[in-house]
Design a protein around this ligand. Structure first.
Ligand code: HEC
Ligand code: HEC
Length: 445
């Protein structure tokens, strides 16, 4: 009897094992690529992990510039802590748009913060946050006595924000969102020594500071150190809005003026803008009439040893392409969704938007570039690019960067202004209902 039960159990177990292995085999057949044994998926996961670390935390050695040359860390610390000036308190840091990563804060600190027991007017608190690696996009370097000795910046400085889950400016990271609160110019202008920039531009430090302070929140001038143009002919700042860095898979050229692919731009930014240490080549910048500063600095061919950038470009690129555009919260509003459905018809039909913003990429498959005349604006920013054109902006996740306005310089303050511009340019004769439906659609992308 007992032996029989064992035999039956054995048979049962065998049946289960057969069924389980058949199930596993089926699962593997259905999604064989997803198997942990599949080298491609394993590679993808590793690249995403590595790329995220680089995007969030890698300075590419640029502390030699921000700390070593500009001495920005001294302004952050303030005179009382071995630096100069009043120092940067958390209140000041948040006011210039810096963000705090709540996940980097220990539980005890979060508790004290919530109870208002942390002195947010003391630069020492900012240094403590830097030690915790909690200031998004900035890394402090400290000596063995705990004194700050340098500071570096990351991609996340401009291309990340937080969800304000804990308090305004303090929350969970939102990688690749444009930080439209960040006043890059005001932050850089705090640096005690801007002589390298002044020398390169052939002006005095006071002029450099005036230019930096003209940028305003959400903007940065990536072409300044190439062409030396700080102001537009109409006297306005030449700085451009920080664009989002998500939703770029499938998009050919990047930046407002289509300088190159995403990985091209990543290499340019890490070498020439962040002043990391690596290799960069672009013979188009070896053009003195268009890029006098780039020629003077030799920016068209940079070879710094050891190269701390090139080995990171693949994972960085891969990670960025993996970041989807976030889902608009407007999609939870049935009224807006209904209007957006009508707006989609306008977008693809009468308003002619989809001619350039081809769904679902919302830019052209192919050479996604247009002359200034085609979009009805001036050629100033286009002419600062080797392309002399504007790139069709991929429109996904528009709701994340309404602050600061639209188009490269924020010239249209609202989507209403954007739509009115196109309506006049294309003579579309849209009714006010069609316009508001179109705007509802844009807000749900
Ligand atoms: C100081 C702020 C700042 C930092 C730091 C920065 N960027 Fe940017 N980024 C910008 C601005 C401004 C532009 C728009 C440039 C233009 O069109 O002139 C831009 C454009 C881009 C684009 C093009 C997006 C599109 O719509 O095609 C990508 C991709 C990008 N940056 C990635 C990065 C990466 C990766 C890093 C780190 C290696 C980085 N950026 C560091 C400000 C910054
Ligand atoms: C001829 C091609 C073309 C057509 C047609 C077109 N766009 Fe654009 N769009 C562009 C280009 C190029 C830009 C980038 C402008 C810049 O860099 O300043 C842009 C930018 C935008 C932006 C700003 C994105 C941002 O991040 O600030 C919005 C919004 C927009 N377009 C919506 C529309 C709508 C709505 C329509 C239809 C009414 C439309 N576009 C028709 C080419 C086009």
């Amino acid at each position: 009897m007992k032996r029989m039960r064992v035999a039956i159990c054995g048979a049962g177990l065998a049946a289960i094992l057969v069924a389980a292995s058949a199930f596993l085999a089926g699962a593997r057949a259905n999604s064989d690529e997803q198997s942990a044994e599949d080298g491609v998926y394993r590679n993808a996961a590793a690249m995403i992990h590595e790329g995220r670390q680089i995007f969030r935390y890698d300075t590419f050695g640029d502390q030699a510039f921000w700390g070593g040359k500009l001495k920005l860390h001294e302004a952050v610390a303030g005179a009382k802590l071995g630096g100069i000036g009043p120092g940067v308190s958390p209140i000041v840091a948040l006011a210039v748009g810096l963000k705090v990563d709540v996940d980097a804060l220990p539980e005890s600190l979060r508790g004290r913060l919530a109870q208002g027991k942390v002195d947010l007017n003391d630069p020492a608190t900012t240094l403590a946050l830097l030690k915790l690696n909690a200031v998004v996009g900035l890394t402090g370097f400290f000596d063995s006595t705990g004194r700050i000795e340098s500071i570096g910046i990351q991609c996340a400085l401009c291309h990340s924000t937080v969800d304000n889950a804990f308090a305004r400016g303090i929350g969970h990271r939102l990688d690749a969102w444009a930080n439209r609160d960040l006043n890059v110019g005001a932050i850089v202008a705090m640096a005690p020594d801007l002589s390298v920039v002044a020398e390169l531009l052939g002006v005095d430090q006071a002029t450099v500071r005036r230019v930096l302070k003209s940028w305003g929140p959400g903007k940065f001038d990536a072409e300044l150190l190439l062409d030396g143009k700080a102001f537009r002919p109409d006297g306005k700042s030449a700085a451009a809005l920080i664009p989002p860095a998500f939703g770029l898979a499938g998009v050919n050229l990047g930046t407002w003026t289509g300088f190159g692919s995403t990985t091209y731009w990543n290499a340019l930014v890490s070498n020439l803008e962040m002043h990391g240490q690596g290799t960069f080549f672009d013979s188009r910048l070896d053009d003195a009439p268009q890029y006098p500063i780039a020629v003077k600095a030799g920016s068209f061919e940079v070879r710094k040893e050891p190269d701390l950038i090139t080995s990171k470009l693949a994972a960085l690129h891969f990670y960025q392409l993996a970041i989807p555009a976030p889902k608009s919260p407007q999609l939870d509003d049935p009224g807006i969704v209904a209007a957006a459905e009508r707006g989609k018809v306008v977008f693809e039909g009468k308003a002619q938007c989809a001619r350039c913003h081809v769904p679902p990429l919302f830019t052209e498959p192919g050479y996604n570039m247009h002359t200034p005349e085609e979009i009805g604006i001036d050629d100033f920013q286009a002419n600062r690019s080797p392309t002399k054109m504007y790139r069709t902006s991929p429109l996904k996740g528009l709701f994340t960067h309404e602050k600061g306005g639209f188009y490269h310089d924020g010239r249209f303050r609202t989507l209403q202004e954007v739509v009115d511009h196109y309506d006049a340019l294309f003579d579309s004769d849209l009714s006010s209902e069609e316009k508001s439906d179109l705007i509802a659609y844009l807000e749900t992308l």
